[in-house]
Design a binder for this molecule. Structure first.
Ligand code: UTP
Length: 298
């Protein structure tokens, strides 16, 4: 495993407006996918990729994210007395996965601003960013490949996914050149949420990044962009276009072809619960049988 990347940053300070009113007092990252909050899957992914130092950027109403990764002695004692070791294991798992730290964003000024806040914890090292509402199936590991590409190329690495043309307006989109590896592309520029006509490719930016510390200087100077927010994509575009100087390094994309679940909006969250639920022991068989019956009535 890489020694160059040891820290993971999970921004979870967004307002979650697409999921109101559920997200009025509960962060969207705490909404469950089957039996675990979305953010626990993301912390587990970081730890499974060798990143045991995890910084979660939190905002307003995010206290229950902190509580979730803390131990709960009363609950643990009660389960212990009852001899319910399965549930006890589940409760302890969340607090034992990684060394989890928290930092407040202050104001939700955008994803770029949230990532910029991580500098005081990350320092002058490369680090991974995992979005707290974007789940990568543990059976299709992505981050280890991205870290290996970062180490081999000395580059910033962004996860990309092919999407249908009519969906590209929902993502950042990359203009790319091929490399010797069909699964890796050189990114020459990025555009945030383009129309289908403006999009330079069908490659969408998804929520995994391996960043070099040079990004912090760019984020500190970054003017607000789309939606009045400080956009990570805009700072990465400066890098990709070579406008930050050669020492900041190039930007490459790793194309992800595995299973991914977006949990940031209502419809996608429901789909994610069905997709993950169907594979879950104790839930899947019953759910599958019911779904078939239900779908036949539609
Ligand atoms: P999103 O744009 O999906 O999050 O940001 P949002 O703003 O919460 O969502 P909507 O559009 O209002 O529903 C992507 C990620 O960046 C984090 C979010 O928590 C999410 O994980 N983020 C966004 C921050 O941490 N801070 C911000 O200021 C904005």
């Amino acid at each position: 495993m890489s020694k160059s990347v040891i820290k993971a940053v999970i921004p979870a300070a967004g307002l979650g407006t697409r999921f109101l009113p559920a997200t009025k007092a509960t962060p969207k990252e705490m909404l469950p996918i089957v039996d675990k909050p979305a953010i626990q899957y993301v912390v587990e992914e970081a730890a499974a990729s060798g990143l045991h130092d995890v910084l979660i950027i939190i905002g307003r109403n995010k206290g229950n994210i902190v509580d979730h990764f803390d131990s709960v002695p009363e609950l643990e004692q009660t389960l212990h007395k009852k001899g319910d070791n399965t549930k006890l294991g589940m409760v302890k798992d969340a607090s034992d996965i990684a060394d989890v730290h928290f930092l407040r964003q202050g104001q939700p000024l955008g994803l770029g601003h949230a990532v910029g806040r991580a500098e005081q914890h990350v320092g002058q090292e490369s680090f991974a960013v995992l979005l707290g509402d974007d789940l990568i199936d543990a059976r299709d590991p992505l981050l280890p490949t991205m870290i290996a590409e970062h180490d081999a190329r000395g580059a910033t690495i962004i996860a990309l996914m092919e999407v249908p043309q009519e969906q590209i307006h929902m993502y950042g989109c990359a203009a790319v050149e091929p490399t010797e590896n069909s699964e890796v592309v050189r990114i020459t520029s990025l555009v945030e949420k383009p129309t289908a006509a403006e999009a330079p490719s069908n490659l969408a930016v998804i929520g995994r990044y391996v960043l070099r510390p040079e990004i912090f200087e760019l984020l500190a100077k970054q003017e607000p962009g789309r939606g009045g927010e400080i956009q990570l994509t805009d700072a990465l575009n400066t890098l990709a276009r070579g406008e930050a100087g050669e020492s900041a390094g190039p930007v490459y994309g790793v194309i992800f072809r595995g299973r991914r679940y977006d949990t940031g909006d209502k419809g996608d969250w429901i789909k994610a619960n069905v997709q993950v639920g169907i594979e879950s022991p104790g839930v899947g068989d019953d759910l599958k049988a019911w779904l078939k019956e239900f779908a036949a009535q539609l």
